[in-house]
Design a protein around this ligand. Structure first.
Ligand code: SF4
Length: 317
């Protein structure tokens, strides 16, 4: 995954990495997370010649997106980004990552509004994450987020019953955890199944740890493999929920997900969890379980839910 800054400002580097990792014969699928303000001419060549997905950072409808993501001269970027997204949809799979902030609430946008907005531009299953607390900024009051998440769960479950599915990643994660019954051993994939290479060649467990020197894993230009393995093993041990504070005694431990980077920046400690995030996870999981159980007691509604879910899952695959 090529991630910003803005990766499309250095297409030559993307081509170099792509070729070095095996090009179109590489086992992995490549992706770019972009702010969507790129020049189409350069990207078109990339999309036509390589297997690439594009994920656009869009924070919602025009006024909130322009407020949060203006150009350096103050102009809003929404129209350009939306045009480029529509254009890119003809070449490849396009997704969206949105950061949900207290400014959304101030401007009257709920999580449900965002899910509907993204559906209206052809994006289902957007990745919507609350703004990460960092450098003393704590973002939302926790009860506001809990309210938003519960409303979104109600809305999405009902949409499945009505045969017009709407979903976003958190719901998929929870339903997936209920459905497959597998234990979520790690809070997130950082260091376990993801690595991040920054523009200096430094290796990090994920982009959220760029700037945290204590978790630097090495540098691709002069890699000491055994030192890298040692550092990565130490990180992965700390990442395991069984080694994280409070997780082993938490009933949500087999299901919950999160972001170790956010937890680290919120608490200053790799193995500590952000209590506000944990509360959000527990309340959301419990609420989803309760709503699913209620839905299950209505046989007709449950059957509609399952049919729509099955169809949506097949469509995505
Ligand atoms: S909700 Fe928090 S304490 Fe509970 S398992 Fe998840 S990260 Fe650990």
């Amino acid at each position: 995954m090529f991630f910003g800054g803005e990766p499309t400002m250095n297409i030559a580097a993307i081509n170099r990495v792509f070729d070095a990792l095996g090009g179109d014969n590489a086992p992995q699928l490549f992706g770019i997370v972009t702010n969507g303000t790129f020049s189409r001419k350069e990207i078109q060549h990339l999309l036509e010649t390589h297997k690439m997905t594009l994920t656009f950072s869009i924070d919602g409808p025009q006024d909130i997106h322009d407020f949060l993501r203006p150009y350096s001269d103050g102009r809003g970027s929404f129209n350009t980004v939306l045009d480029n997204l529509r254009w890119a949809q003809q070449f490849t799979r396009v997704g969206v990552e949105a950061t949900f902030t207290p400014d959304h609430i101030k401007r009257g946008y709920s999580l449900v509004d965002l899910i509907e907005f993204f559906h209206s531009i052809g994006i289902d299953g957007p990745h919507i994450v609350p703004v990460a607390p960092r450098n003393g900024y704590r973002g939302f009051e926790p009860d506001i987020l809990i309210r938003e998440y519960k409303q979104a769960i109600d809305y999405c479950l009902q949409s499945f019953v009505e045969g017009r599915p709407r979903w976003y990643t958190l719901l998929v994660n929870i339903l997936g955890a209920f459905a497959d019954g597998r234990k979520r051993e790690y809070l997130c994939p950082a260091g376990v199944s993801t690595l991040c290479v920054d523009s200096n060649g430094d290796l990090h467990p994920c982009f959220m740890f760029v700037g945290a020197a204590e978790f630097l894993l090495g540098n691709i230009f002069h890699l000491d493999k055994s030192d890298f393995e040692k550092r990565r093993d130490t990180f992965i041990r700390a990442a395991r929920k069984s080694n994280r504070s409070n997780c082993s005694s938490c009933w949500a431990s087999n299901i919950c997900g999160g972001c170790m980077g956010s937890a680290f920046w919120a608490t200053g400690c790799l193995t500590d969890n952000d209590p506000a995030w944990c509360e959000l996870q527990r309340q959301t999981i419990a609420y989803a379980a309760q709503r699913l159980s209620k839905l299950h007691s209505d046989q007709a509604a449950w059957q509609c839910f399952v049919d729509t879910l099955t169809k949506a899952t097949n469509d995505v695959e």
